[in-house]
Design a protein around this ligand. Sequence first.
Ligand code: ATP
Ligand code: MG
Length: 235
Amino acid sequence: MLKVDDINVYYGNIHALKGVSLDINQGEIVTLIGANGAGKSTLLKTVSGLLKPKQGNIILDGQSIIGKAAQTIVKLGLSHVPEGRRVFANLTVEENLELGAFLRKDKAGIKKDMESVFERFPHLLERRKQLSGTLSGGEQQMLAIGRAIMARPRLLLLDEPSMGLAPLLVKTIFQIIDDINKSGTTILLVEQNANMALSIANRAYVIETGRVVLSGTAEELNASEQVKQAYLGMQ
Ligand SMILES: Nc1ncnc2c1ncn2[C@@H]1O[C@H](COP(=O)(O)OP(=O)(O)OP(=O)(O)O)[C@@H](O)[C@H]1O
Ligand SMILES: [Mg+2]
């Protein structure tokens, strides 16, 4: 479904991604594990069109998306939930969800999807008229995911959805991600919580200072000494 082929991304003189390649098959959950500053968010931003690679290619469903506007990429079925649960604080929960569907014209479908977001996140239903800035951190994260779902993505990019959440809520968020995947959405999940990420992922890539240093099935990486030492047991 997605092929990232040898991309190089720079911020000025900083070489943030150094020849990164990865593949995602339809239906998978693929997780990207790495320490602070490894380049995980940079990779997601490049895939969703917010950053342009200097070299390399990104292919979605057989078509190169290099140079396409972020909004065109959303139309092609790719949604990105950025790091830090960014919601529009001065808009209500409902208005934030409506914005997620701003490229869609099918009113009936939008209404149905909003209902299914509320089914998935009952907390949001109770707070549908509340300003999003007054929600708790966990609720804002759910809203950010809900908003991305409103675009009806086939491929969902999630950047550290569990960051800063209480342990019980972390479990809930991972269950929801697994659920979204089971209902047919392919997922690229960036996480520092490697334990939890590997528990729901099919495959994983480990990224260190802008390079993929290891990849394999979730089982393989769970069993890898290198991964155990560097990333497991962190939580
Ligand atoms: N806007 C920017 N300008 C300059 N350098 C940047 C910018 N954003 C990121 N970088 C640098 O690029 C590298 C990769 O950053 P990135 O945010 O992709 O890491 P990350 O793996 O997502 O880290 P974290 O786990 O802390 O979110 C880092 O060295 C970072 O300092
Ligand atoms: Mg990041």
